[in-house]
Design a protein around this ligand. Structure first.
Ligand code: SF4
Length: 100
């Protein structure tokens, strides 16, 4: 039997000064590749529990595979990812021209 794993997170939209509150529910069947995501606005005076399109999709920034996990360092003409001297690689071209 497969079980559903659910994670419930209360958060706040970061996009504009309204700062709408939201609840995000991640549900995933065991062995499934992707989670089902439900986003719901929470009551607050400014938005009265509603979210705009940007807010409803804001969770995608946190779950994206392309999310930056290290600071970027610009050196000469190249933008590198990672910390100085530790496994940095070039993000501005696919050739790893300045890796190392
Ligand atoms: S949901 Fe829309 S209106 Fe609310 S804070 Fe985010 S961007 Fe602003």
């Amino acid at each position: 039997m497969t079980m559903e794993v659910t994670n419930l997170v209360r958060s706040q939209c970061p996009f504009c000064s309204v700062q709408c509150k939201m609840q995000i529910e991640f549900s995933q069947m065991q062995g499934a590749a992707e989670a089902e995501v439900k986003v719901e606005g929470l009551m607050n005076k400014a938005s009265e529990g509603r979210l705009c399109v940007k807010g409803m999709n804001a969770y995608q920034h946190a779950t994206s595979n392309e999310r930056l996990t290290h600071p970027l360092i610009k050196k000469e003409r190249h933008i590198r990812s990672g910390f100085m001297g530790g496994g940095a690689y070039c993000r501005c071209c696919a050739a790893n021209c300045c890796a190392g």
